[in-house]
Design a protein around this ligand. Sequence first.
Ligand SMILES: Nc1ncnc2c1ncn2[C@@H]1O[C@H](COP(=O)(O)OP(=O)(O)O)[C@@H](O)[C@H]1O
Ligand SMILES: [Mg+2]
Length: 384
Amino acid sequence: MTVGNGMDPRYVEALGPLRPLVEDDSLTEIMVNGPEMVYVERKGKILLTDIRFDDESHLMRVIETIVSSVGRRIDQRSPLCDARLLDGSRVNAAIPPIALDGPILTIRKFSKDPYQVNDLIGFGTLSTEAASFIQACVLARANIVVSGGTGTGKTTLLNVCSGFIPIDERIVTIEDAAELQLHQEHVCRMEARPPDVNGEGRIPIRDLVINSLRMRPDRIVVGECRGGEALDMLQAMNTGHDGSLTTVHANSPRETLSRLETLVLMAGMDLPLKAIRQQIAGAINLIIQLNRLKDGSRKVVSICEVIGMEGEMITMQEVFKFESKGADPQTGKIIGEFNPTGIRPRIIDRLFDMGIPLPTRLAQLFPDRRALVAAMSETRAPAA
Ligand SMILES: Nc1ncnc2c1ncn2[C@@H]1O[C@H](COP(=O)(O)OP(=O)(O)O)[C@@H](O)[C@H]1O
Ligand SMILES: [Mg+2]
């Protein structure tokens, strides 16, 4: 974030001791715990700075400046405030009497250049081959769920996946707090609204998902499914809005399925479990699982394909998986490879049908069956 991007110089001045932190693009988070403890996060590590406010009222003035710059207020009667700044950063403030040891301010800074697919490949989060496979699946309009725990990089990967959507498609994005940064031009961004100080005016994600269906979307991207909107999202995926993308908080692909079940139940429609599972099985094509490994690295550990139902159960097959070879004794870094499991992904036939190219090794592992059949009948033809 720089002063140049439209920020009022008086505002920047009023940030006081926070100014250098707000202007430092290498920081991802600023955390103020009372006037004397200011922490920052840089490259995933939390550091205590030597920045101090004169006293509590000094810190309060800075918080009021920030909050009022986006037309919000914070005071003893409503001591909590959650807001998005003009530059996209998220701010949360909690003041006494709720905050016991002085005002607490948390700024999640908006990163101007989010990680791109090559960054993730460079970090070892996913292999080039897996990235190409995911890209091919996005082009083939697969419905994809990115799954992982908090801070595993779901939103970042969702952003990368959304980046694969062709520029001639109309994309509607729906988020709780706008984080996605798509480079395409034809994007309609929507953000849910929390209730106001009187507890009114809430517009949940679910209403936005329902509304998005009337916006002629080619693709619907939902930042995270964490409630009843999962039902509307699945219905959309099942009724022609293929190629939709979202994230779910779960620790394994199997858990993603049960989490989706729970979320659909939150819609309060009293659907039988089997019907819910049919919706899920019919809608979702791929689950991409992220994990944070012991060495702190974020990795795609599995790519699973949802294939259908067997009795009451949703069936799935793992098509890629991360195989750990243990930690490097010197660096502690976990070494491993992300490989196809050898199971032929169902989507491969769709890729061939649509003429979407596959990474070489995958094309060798899973050749185009129709081409094989054609070749066989050609070789047989002269003999007949
Ligand atoms: N693959 C990655 N490697 C390293 N850092 C990452 C990676 N993906 C995301 N991050 C960083 O981790 C933090 C959390 O990422 P985010 O995508 O918001 O996670 P989630 O949506 O799962 O909570 C951010 O600071 C982001 O820059
Ligand atoms: Mg997220």
